[in-house]
Design a protein around this ligand. Structure first.
Ligand code: CA
Ligand code: CA
Length: 303
């Protein structure tokens, strides 16, 4: 009897020990998980502050440019020199230098405004994306805009509500919206980032295109500009004023009057993209839209 009691006591003790060890293991596991989460949270927090600092830096730079000249022509020496370089020494919470911050600044008004764009212009732009009929898709997009109460889109991503407008058509190869080519993004293996329609459209600004910064696709979509004239713009820019556009392109009064309401040479909205590599080696992208005349960040999307 006593022997059986002893052995059952032993079983109970063993069971308690087993239970305790499982408990402590799971406790340490969950603790590790929490520390990991905390580290990630800190890293995220850190990068947000760095990004905000960078955005303020860009705003100051933009203000300085507008004091110096009346037109905007984004040049490499203005912004892109920061590409791939650290402009400040960033350290993470473990005092390890943060790798490779890349800063890009784009002119948001070098794009076509989806809220004001005409059917003809949109059709001309969509010809560059020949996977679907540009006429049909332009009709669908403007139909969607028309169906909205105040006929304004608040986000370009609303276009994804249109069933015919597929994700790859919208984003192109740039699914992480970094506007640069990362590993695994070059789906057609042509060595460059193939853009989607998101890269040619905007919801910001009053609908005039800054021809100093616009790409050829946007320029030749503008009614009143032929492909030859669009190419001439790219060759002869920057233009310091609209009068200079008329002069340099040898436009007649009539041609100029037609073009005048659609173009400009300075901008007020800029896109700032901050890309960095996190501790796990994946790319993180923070995006912001800044409005220069009020020194405001009007849109901010952290990764
Ligand atoms: Ca990308
Ligand atoms: Ca490609």
């Amino acid at each position: 009897m006593r022997g059986r009691k002893k052995s059952s006591l032993l079983v109970i003790i063993l069971f308690i020990l087993f239970f305790l060890s499982v408990f402590s293991l799971s406790l340490s596991y969950s603790l590790r998980l929490k520390i990991d989460l905390f580290k990630r949270y800190l890293q995220r927090f850190n990068s947000l502050y760095i990004t905000r600092g960078i955005i303020n830096f860009v705003i100051a730079k933009l203000e300085k440019i507008s004091q110096q000249k009346d037109y905007d022509f984004l040049e490499e020496e203005d912004f892109l020199k920061f590409k791939g370089k650290k402009i400040l020494n960033f350290y993470d919470f473990k005092k390890e230098p943060i790798k490779n911050y890349q800063i890009y600044v784009f002119d948001e008004e070098a794009r076509l405004n989806i809220n004001t764009v005409s059917l003809e212009t949109l059709k001309r732009l969509l010809k560059h994306f020949p996977r679907w009929s540009s006429q049909k898709l332009a009709d669908k997009i403007l139909g969607y805009r028309e169906s909205k109460k105040n006929k304004l889109l608040y986000s370009l991503k609303e276009l994804l509500f249109i069933p015919e407008l597929k994700k790859d058509y919208f984003y192109g190869e740039d699914l992480n919206e970094s506007t640069s080519l990362e590993e695994d993004e070059d789906l057609n293996q042509n060595g460059k980032l193939d853009l989607g329609i998101k890269d040619f459209l905007t919801i910001y600004g009053e609908g005039k295109v800054n021809i100093n910064n616009a790409g050829l696709e946007v320029l030749e979509s503008i009614e009143g500009l032929s492909l030859d004239k669009a190419k001439e713009i790219v060759e002869k820019r920057p233009f310091k004023s609209l009068e200079e556009v008329k002069e340099k392109l040898s436009l007649s009064d009539e041609e100029f009057q037609r073009l005048n309401p659609k173009i400009k040479v300075e901008s007020n909205y800029f896109r700032v993209v901050v890309i960095f590599e996190d501790r796990e080696g994946s790319f993180r992208v923070n995006r912001a839209i800044v409005k220069r005349d009020s020194s405001q960040v009007i849109y901010f999307q952290p990764f």
